[in-house]
Design a protein around this ligand. Structure first.
Ligand code: PHE
Ligand code: FE
Length: 290
C-alpha cells in the first residue's frame, strides 16, 4: 500500500484514537469535482450490478450532492439508521486502532481525495473509496452488525496471531464480496463498487473464478492488492454471512495451523463453482511483467 499516509504514532494533529477533523471547508473546487466525476461514473455502472442494500444506502445518505460529503451531515443520517458514524483519519491506521473503531461502530475514513489523474487507480484508500465504497453498506442493519463483529474479531485475531487469516475474510467480503440474488450476481464489496473497471470485471469478465463463500476456504486463500482479483467469493445473503461468522473462530484458527494456503487461481473439489475462470487476464498481465 502507498506509504505516504502510514504512521506508527498518531500524527501531531490527531487525537489519541487517531481521528482528525475532516475540515470539510478546506476541500478545493477540484477536489469536489473529482468526487462528482467519480460519483457520476459509478452511478451509470452500478444499477443492475451493485446489490440493493448498497444502492438503497447511497440514496438514504444522499451521497451524490455537490461533492465530497460533509461527514457531520452524513453521520446524522447514518447514525439514525444503524448507530454507525464515520470518523476521519490521516490515512491507514494501526490494526488495533482500526479494529477498535469498528468494534465501536465507527468507520475510519481517509479525508484526502485522489488527484484528477488518478481516477482509475490508486493504491491507498481515499475518501471516495472509504465513503462511497464502504458507507452505503453500513446503512444495512445486518451488514452493520457484521462490521462491528469483525472489529471485535480483529482484536481477538491479533491476540491469537491469526490476523493474516482474518484479513482474508475482510478482503473477500467487505472489499471484494459478491452476492447471489434472484436477478443474478451482485456486488457488495467496497473495493469493487468504488472502481469502474472492477465493477464490470468482477461480474462479467471470463477470467476470475467465482466461488461460493465458505469461511475456511476464504481464510486459506491469498489475495492480490495490486490488480483485479483472481477469485471472488459469492455469499447467499448478508444474513448468511453474519450467521457464518458469529461462531467462535477458535477451533477454526487451530485447524488452519495445519492447513496449507490454496493457490490464488485454484478451484478445489469442495468449491461451489459459479464461474470457472479462464485466468486469461492474470496470465496476460504476468506475461507482460516477465
Ligand atoms: N466470530 C469471530 C471470532 O470468534 C469474530 C468475527 C465475527 C470475525 C464476524 C469476523 C466477522 O473471532
Ligand atoms: Fe476499503
Amino acid at each position: 500500500m502507498g506509504l505516504d499516509h502510514v504512521f506508527t504514532e498518531p500524527p501531531p494533529e490527531a487525537a489519541a484514537d487517531w481521528t482528525v477533523p475532516q475540515r470539510w471547508a478546506d476541500y478545493s473546487a477540484a477536489d469536489h469535482r473529482t468526487w462528482v466525476t467519480l460519483y457520476e461514473r459509478q452511478a451509470r455502472v452500478l444499477p443492475g450490478r451493485a446489490c440493493d442494500a448498497f444502492l438503497r444506502g447511497l440514496e438514504a445518505l444522499d451521497l451524490h450532492g455537490g461533492g465530497v460529503p460533509d461527514f457531520e451531515r452524513m453521520n446524522e443520517k447514518l447514525f439514525a439508521l444503524t448507530g454507525w458514524r464515520v470518523v476521519a483519519v490521516p490515512g491507514l491506521v494501526p490494526d488495533e486502532v482500526f479494529f477498535d473503531h469498528l468494534a465501536h461502530r465507527r468507520f475510519p475514513a481517509g479525508r484526502f481525495i485522489r488527484r484528477e489523474d488518478q481516477l482509475d487507480y490508486l493504491q491507498e484508500p481515499d475518501v471516495f473509496h472509504d465513503v462511497f465504497g464502504h458507507v452505503p453498506m453500513l446503512t444495512d442493519p445486518t451488514f452493520a452488525d457484521y462490521m462491528q463483529a469483525y472489529g471485535e474479531g480483529g482484536l481477538r485475531a491479533l491476540g491469537l496471531g491469526r490476523l493474516h487469516n482474518l484479513a482474508r475474510l475482510y478482503w473477500y467480503t467487505v472489499e471484494f464480496g459478491l452476492m447471489r440474488t434472484a436477478e443474478g450476481l451482485r456486488i457488495y464489496g467496497a473495493g469493487i463498487v468504488s472502481s469502474k473497471a472492477e465493477s464490470i470485471f468482477s461480474l462479467e469478465d471470463p477470467s476470475p473464478n467465482r466461488i461460493g463463500f465458505d469461511l475456511e476456504r476464504v481464510m486459506r486463500t491469498p489475495y492480490r492488492i495490486d490488480d483485479f482479483q483472481q477469485a471472488y467469493f459469492v455469499i447467499p445473503s448478508l444474513q448468511a454471512l453474519l450467521d457464518a461468522t458469529l461462531l467462535d473462530f477458535g477451533a477454526l484458527y487451530a485447524r488452519l495451523d495445519a492447513e496449507a494456503d490454496i493457490p490464488i487461481d485454484a478451484l478445489t473439489r469442495a468449491d461451489e463453482v459459479f464461474t470457472r475462470g479462464t485466468q486469461a487476464y492474470a496470465r496476460e498481465k504476468a506475461g507482460h511483467a516477465a
